[in-house]
Structure formats: C-alpha cells, structure tokens
Design a binder for this molecule. Structure first.
Ligand code: BG6
Length: 480
C-alpha cells in the first residue's frame, strides 16, 4: 500500500480565516449598539478612501448565517472574529445590551453547530464613542478598568464555548495610526509622548484581562495579536545592521517583549527616556505585566510583509510619508525615523498594488524569531492578499494571484513547523470581502466575493472565488 503522504502540520491544526466587526457587520445603529470612534471618524471628510464607512459594510449583521454556512462548506476549522464593544456596552460601561450578547451568542453557536472553533478578538479597534467623550478613550488610564470589565463580561457569557481569546488586535497599528500619523481615530499627529502612554494603557488592559481570565477559571488559550513586520538589514554595513536592531527594538520587540516577558526592551526605553517620551508607569505595573506574560498561551501574528532597514541620517525620511491607500502602485513614500532607520524597498521582492512587499519567507522568519526569542506557540491570526478582483459575467472570480500568494505562505509556514515552531492555527485575512479601513471596498481579501461598491448599495450577494475551492482542498489535505 502506498504510504500516505503527510504534511508538517499537526493533525489538529486549525485552518481558519478572520474578520473584524467594523469591517463586516454593518447594522451600525441596529440591535441597541452604541456609536464608536470609527462611526464618528469616517464622517470626517477626507479620512477614508472615497469616504467609505462601515455603516452597512458587507451586512454580516443580517447575513451571518449565510456566511457561516459558507465557512462550513469550505471546511474551516476555526473562524476568528471580533466583538464590537459597543454592541455589548453601548456606552462602553454600565448597562449591558442583551441584544448584543445574543448576537454574538448566535454567531458562536452557529460556528459550533458546524464544528468550527470560534476564536474571539476582544478588541479590534472599534471603541465606544462614549468612552472617548468621557475621558479620551485610550489616553486615560480609566480605560483599563472599563476594558477589563468588558472582557470579563465576554468571559462570563461565552467562556464555556470559546476556547481561543485574542485580547488586542495590532496594538502597534491602531496606536501608530491613531497618535502618530493621524490616519485612525483619534487622528492625532506626531504625538509621540501620548503614543507611548496610550500603548502602556493598552498593555495594562491586556495584562489585567489575561489575569482576570485565569482568575475566573478560564482554561482556554489567550494572547494578543501583533502586526509583525520582520526586518532585514540592507547590507552588512555595521550602521545598517544597527539600524535593523534599533528598528526591531522600537517597532517589534517593544510590543512582543511586553506580551511575552512583561518588560520593555532596555535600549528602546533608554532612547525614549532621553527624548522625554517614555511612558509613565504606576507602582505595580511592572509586576502585573510579568504575571500576565507568564499566563499567555501564544503569540498571535498578523503577517503581511517584511521590510528592509538602512541607517537614516538626521535629515532623512520621517514616519509621515504618504501611504498608498488607492491601489496606484508606487504611490507609497519611504518612511523611517531620522537618526535611526529608514525602510527602503526590497529589490528582491515583488509588491502588491498597495505597495506591500510579498515575502512568504518573512512568515517563516517571524515564526523562527518568536520560537527562539519567546519559546511560545504561535497563532497566525492574519495573512492575505489585498487585490482588485473582477467578477466575470458568469459570476466567477479567477483570483489565481491570491492562490499563489497563500500557497507560498503556507509552504513557508510548513517549513517553520518542520523546523520546530509550534504553530497552532493559520487564519487568512479574510473570509468574505470586507471594508479595508483606509482603502475602501476595492481592496479585496476574501475567499468570498461580496457584490458592493464603495458607496453603500449593491446586491450584497456572495460569490465563491477560485481561492475558495482551493483553500477547501488545502484544509481537506491538511496543507498538502
Ligand atoms: C490588519 C488589520 O492591519 O490588516 C485588519 O488587523 C486589516 O483589520 C488588515 O484590514 C489589512 O489591512 P488593509 O489596510 O489592507 O485593510
């Protein structure tokens, strides 16, 4: 009998796909939901691509059964989604909105009905506006107890059914875009001191939620998801090697070291102190961060691209170069920190239409680094290709470029697994097409095409892309 072929992926590997509430749900005023920072922000002219909003998004709020049935048809093992804080607590705190509780209970039950493991993101960027109005949201330490109260509510209602919890989605991104580049709410520009303070509050919220989960007897897996952009030195010039090191300390380890070790990287902290922008910590914070680090179960990684580091002179590029939000290739500007590093293009890699480098081996690099540095299991909580998809007259979508992208990334991930990295799950971004925060609906990521335009309207009908059938086979063959 011919020997069965095997992949490096373990038998119980979780093949999944991901989404976020604001990007799919719509129904922004339905079911007793409160307003959020994003509901407010998208109404400021010029903030999003062609003024797109998530008011209707892809109407998942009303079509979740259809979407989850498609996930079941595909054979998905896990579905990662986020809960909108303002559906649970319309005012961020205070009275619970039972309709919101029921909505997510239904989603969880619908997943379990098909044997799909629900993986819940507690916070994926949509913050109740009431908390912004009351005390400036993440800018105040008051947010910590409100976040923990919200997280505990989720553990209490859903903890018996949900075994995978992600406290924060890409804390590094929502804070950078919120307080440095002004592209996300609250739209602050170059407020470096507040940026680090806000991050400290988010770390404390994460840490206290992790500890609360354990105190409540939670036996599932819990951790944060980090947007990990691994770096390569431009060449072997020592100053470029040092630029890479500084980049890693400031842009990667600043977050991952806190999640995994409960401490900030020393050199980066010394640099911030010298500049007078280090976060203010309270007595006991350090200890709590350490306790939480010992209690997390995995490092969540959202991986899209790698970068190159080169020494950046004092009069060099800033972090505020134009971002490509239109899909016009080549419109992104180089960024960096004067005196530290800049990120030139990698001549060995192709890029997407939004100027993101395509580097499957970067995913392997992430897994290897996390394994060596933190010895933690890994959940790939996002990976995918944003592209212009075309639906034919026969309602087919031939997204061979997406299949190629995912295939190469899964190949690299398998190498990492074979090399000893403990990878628990791989979630593509995304299952259906959805709203890209700054790039509108034209930047599509899904296995399922959703018929809608930038402005609200369109049939909202779902169509399976070629990649849908391809990933179905990947799952059937456990990655082979
Ligand atoms: C991550 C986020 O940054 O990347 C998602 O967690 C986001 O919410 C995804 O949509 C892709 O980014 P973009 O900008 O192409 O939508």
């Amino acid at each position: 009998m011919e020997e069965m072929k095997k992949t490096g992926f373990p038998e119980n590997f979780l093949w999944g796909s991901a989404s976020a509430a604001y990007q799919i749900e719509g129904g922004y005023l339905d079911g007793g939901k409160g307003m959020t920072n994003w509901d407010t922000f998208v109404r400021i002219p010029g903030k999003t691509y062609k003024e797109t909003t998530g008011d209707v998004a892809v109407d998942h709020y009303h079509r979740y059964k259809e979407d989850i049935a498609l996930m079941a048809e595909m054979g998905l093992k896990t579905y990662r989604f986020s809960i909108a804080w303002a559906r649970i607590y319309p005012q961020g705190t205070g009275d619970i909105n039972e309709e919101g509780i029921t909505f997510y209970q239904n989603i969880i039950d619908e997943c379990l009905k098909y044997g799909i493991e629900p993986m819940v993101t507690i916070y994926h960027w949509d913050l109740p506006q009431a908390l912004v109005d009351a005390y400036g949201g993440w800018e105040s330490p008051q947010i910590i107890s409100d976040y923990v109260n919200y997280a505990k509510t989720l553990f209490r209602y859903y903890g018996n059914k949900v075994k995978y919890w992600i406290t924060m989605n890409e804390q590094n991104i929502f804070t950078s875009l919120g307080w440095l580049t002004a592209q996300h709410p609250p739209g602050k520009f170059d407020d470096q001191k507040m940026f680090y303070q806000v991050n400290h509050h988010a770390f404390m919220a994460h840490a206290k939620a992790v500890l609360a989960y354990r105190e409540m007897g939670g036996t599932g897996l819990i951790g944060a998801s980090f947007a990990y952009t691994p770096s390569y030195a431009l060449d072997c010039r020592p100053e470029n090697a040092m630029a890479k090191y500084n980049y890693d300390d400031l842009k990667n380890f600043w977050w991952m070291d806190v999640y995994a070790y409960g401490r900030y990287p020393k050199a980066a902290m010394a640099y911030l102190k010298e500049k007078g922008i280090a976060p203010v910590m309270q007595d006991g914070d350090q200890e709590l961060l350490k306790q939480a680090a010992a209690a997390i179960s995995f490092m969540g990684v959202n991986y899209y691209q790698s970068c190159v580091c080169e020494y950046n002179p004092m009069d060099g590029v800033t972090p505020y170069g134009t971002m490509n939000t239109t899909g016009v290739k080549g419109s992104a500007q180089e960024i960096g920190i004067p005196g530290i590093y800049n990120n030139p293009a990698n001549p060995y890699l192709k890029t997407t239409d939004w100027d993101w480098s395509i580097d499957p081996d970067g995913l392997r690099y992430c897994c290897r680094e996390i394994t060596s540095r933190y010895a933690l299991p890994i959940i790939i909580s996002e990976n995918g290709l944003g592209a212009f998809d075309q639906k034919t007259e026969e309602n087919e979508i031939h997204d061979d470029y997406r299949i190629h992208y995912l295939k190469e990334h899964i190949r690299a991930l398998e190498e990492a697994v074979t090399e000893g990295c403990e990878v628990l799950a791989y979630c593509t971004w995304s299952f259906t097409d959805l709203l890209s925060w700054l790039n509108g609906y034209q930047k599509r990521y899904g296995f399922v095409y959703v018929d809608r335009e930038e402005a609200d309207g369109g049939s909202m009908n779902r169509y399976k892309k070629d990649s849908f059938y391809w990933y179905q086979k990947v799952i059937q063959n456990n990655g082979l």
